[in-house]
Design a binder for this molecule. Structure first.
Ligand SMILES: Cc1cc2nc3c(=O)[nH]c(=O)nc-3n(C[C@H](O)[C@H](O)[C@H](O)COP(=O)(O)OP(=O)(O)OC[C@H]3O[C@@H](n4cnc5c(N)ncnc54)[C@H](O)[C@@H]3O)c2cc1C
Length: 359
């Protein structure tokens, strides 16, 4: 069964691994010209470590601990899949047409192709979601906070500084790991929705510099370092809220369907667990996508409710002394009933269903 995965992030790579493991044939299309390896430290919950263990990657992740960066995780996932999975870089889905037997996909560059299923693993600003389910605004809840992260080379006196600056609606943190050179900076600021081009890194850096202009202490030095920094990441803290993550033969995984926001610290865990469960349910259902997608949702909803609650709480602590929270109606977003959904879900064992098992 040919399955198209849009997006080679954490969710896309992990899904490719598990689909291949269960005997499906995944193809991954990634808009960037190569694997996007940037980003800050990744938080892992136990079940995500369990998924990595089942992928035989846990020992290598542990060797990178206590702080594994997103780019390092992506590197491990890519290495574990690139021999067996077709990756198409520098392209994107342009249109999708579903019929009874499959999905005809046209691409921005490549020739049209047919797939049995299509998976949107293309992140918070998912094109798959907007093509199939509806406009971004219908599903994305802005949390009033923006986060930028980037790496620093060795900077004596700076790299081990911890929290550098904290004021109403602004925070600058720096963290380093013993034995690893350099450090990671995280800059957070509270703001209502900003209009910008998601692909324009220069513009992102100018926005962050503008927000922190005039701040004292080490902040001007950090902004100087930011201008030439590698592995820079900037995005809004927002959550994706959908009643259903599938429509016919198209399904969403990771941030595309249920983003919990950087402030949750658990986006990568959610992507790893979601990919494992989705591929496993497809295998158990023998490729019957309707059965599998319903089971995937049942298994995942508890995790997602918990992570999204953590994302809202994480964003909340930045708002002290700012009017943003009330402006955006975030009090309602933090309704206590969300916490009641939180639960720990035990991962099922999904035995490979098809003859070809890999690895
Ligand atoms: C470069 C980068 C750095 C990040 N750094 C941080 C960080 O420091 N802190 C944090 O909390 N979160 C960060 N994130 C987000 C974090 O990776 C996710 O929240 C989490 O890992 C869930 O992963 P995901 O695979 O669902 O989404 P992502 O990791 O965002 O991956 C989505 C992938 O889809 C690709 N894509 C997007 N649109 C299309 C399209 N139309 N066609 C094909 N491919 C497409 C993207 O290029 C990306 O490779 C970062 C994301 C990226 C892409």
């Amino acid at each position: 069964m040919d399955v198209l995965i849009s997006g080679a992030g954490v969710a896309g790579h992990a899904l490719a691994y598990w689909l291949r493991h269960h005997g499906f044939t995944p193809t991954v299309v990634e808009r960037a010209p190569r694997v996007r390896a940037g980003g800050g430290a990744v938080g892992f919950r136990g079940e995500a470590l369990d998924v990595l263990d089942r992928m035989a990657l846990l020992e290598r992740v542990k060797a990178l601990n206590p702080q594994i960066l997103r780019g390092e995780l992506i590197g491990l996932l890519h290495e574990a899949t690139c021999q067996e999975v077709e990756y198409v870089f520098g392209d994107s889905i342009d249109a999708l047409e579903q019929d009874a037997d499959g999905v005809r996909v046209t691409f921005e560059r490549g020739r049209p192709r047919r797939f049995a299923l299509v998976t949107g693993a293309d992140g918070l600003h998912s094109r798959t979601r907007s093509l199939v389910f509806g406009p971004h605004e219908r599903f994305v809840r802005h949390l009033g906070l923006y986060t930028a992260t980037f790496g620093l080379p060795d900077c004596p006196g700076l790299c081990d500084a911890g929290r550098l600056h904290s004021g109403p609606g602004k925070e600058a943190d720096i963290s380093s790991t013993p034995g690893k050179p350099g450090a990671r900076v995280a800059l957070h600021f509270a703001s209502g929705p900003l209009a910008y081009d998601h692909d324009d890194v220069g513009q992102h850096k100018r926005i962050v510099a503008g927000q922190f202009a005039g701040e004292s202490g080490q902040v001007p030095r950090l902004l100087e370092e930011m201008s030439g920094a590698e592995g820079f990441f900037f995005d809004v803290n927002a959550q994706v809220e959908m009643d259903c993550w599938s429509s016919g033969r198209v399904v969403l995984v990771g941030d595309a369907g249920c983003c919990a926001a950087p402030a949750s610290g658990l986006g990568a865990s959610q992507a790893l667990i979601g990919a494992y469960v989705l591929a496993g349910e497809l295998a158990v259902a023998g490729g019957d996508h309707a059965v599998a997608f319903a089971a995937y949702e049942r298994e995942m909803r508890g995790f997602v409710a918990e992570h999204q609650q953590m994302g809202r709480e994480g964003a909340d602590r930045f708002f002290m002394g700012t009017p943003i929270q009330e402006e955006l109606g975030l009090v309602a977003a933090n309704a206590p009933e969300a916490a009641a959904c939180a639960q720990i879900v035990r991962l099922k064992d999904y035995a490979p269903r098809f003859a070809a098992q890999w690895p």
